[in-house]
Write a protein that binds this ligand. Structure first.
Ligand SMILES: Cc1cc2nc3c(=O)[nH]c(=O)nc-3n(C[C@H](O)[C@H](O)[C@H](O)COP(=O)(O)O)c2cc1C
Length: 224
């Protein structure tokens, strides 16, 4: 299994979020996965310009780091999204990447992949952000298997207490296990099915404006 992880912290692979992410990836590696960390910081992913080219042609015309990360994510079996809590949400760096995935969401392009989320904060309120990231994964067609988070204000340096280390390691193991046995995610199943139906109707309604997505749905998603 190949796992690509994206870390949205401006502190890149040296930050708290990457430190927790590395434990998740160690868990995945212990079950045989090949893992890679991509720090969005060093690659510059600009905000979406709402030009709709991705819907029309299947590519983003902006010349920055997005398309290369997108290709890596598409080639992976698993995706781990990791962000610091920035004013109750993901960092702007990661949000820019997620917004740029709008065409992938329309196409349900991560179908068949498995995903997980990692969040760190100074003072807490991480769970809604972890839920948001899992929700994002579900809307791309991926199967979210869980999340881990840590409140750094209660931790000395990056020395995570044992319960958090165990949870993070187990999350990595679960990601590989879920992928191997093609598990479903009951928590997200209904929501994902409803969203997929919404995308199907949307693409049908917009077939003249968004020919790439219409053809994609006909070819890969059984659209009649
Ligand atoms: C711009 C900014 C906004 C932040 N907002 C919050 C917040 O709303 N709640 C919180 O608990 N911590 C907040 N923090 C603290 C970070 O979430 C925390 O230090 C996190 O572990 C940083 O991860 P990193 O080292 O991977 O960047 C904020 C930090 C920054 C720089």
């Amino acid at each position: 299994m190949k796992i690509v992880s994206l870390v949205g912290s401006p502190r890149g692979t040296k930050g708290n979020t990457a430190a927790l992410l590395k434990i998740v990836l160690a868990g995945a590696a212990s079950r045989g996965a090949e893992t890679e960390i991509i720090a969005i910081r060093g690659r510059e992913v600009k905000p979406c310009r709402a030009c709709n080219t991705c819907h029309q042609k299947g590519v983003c015309p902006q010349k920055d780091g997005f398309n290369a990360i997108k290709e890596k994510a598409l080639a992976a079996d698993g995706l781990v999204l990791a962000s610091p809590n920035y004013i109750f949400h993901v960092s702007a760096q990661l949000k820019a990447f997620l917004d740029r995935c709008c065409g992938l969401v329309h196409c349900q392009a991560f179908q068949g992949k498995y995903g997980a989320a990692v969040v760190t904060s100074g003072g807490g309120e991480d769970e809604p952000i972890a839920d948001y990231l899992q929700h994002f994964l579900a809307t791309t067609g991926a199967v979210p298997v869980g999340a881990v988070w840590a409140r750094m204000g209660e931790i000395s340096g990056q020395d995570f207490p044992e319960p958090i280390r165990s949870k993070a390691f187990a999350l990595g193991e679960k990601l590989v296990q879920a992928w191997k046995s093609r598990e479903t995610a009951p928590r997200f199943e209904r929501e994902a099915a409803q969203f997929r139906e919404r995308m199907r109707s949307l693409i049908l309604r917009r077939k003249e404006e968004w020919p790439y997505e219409y053809e994609y749905w006909k070819k890969y998603r059984g659209l009649k």
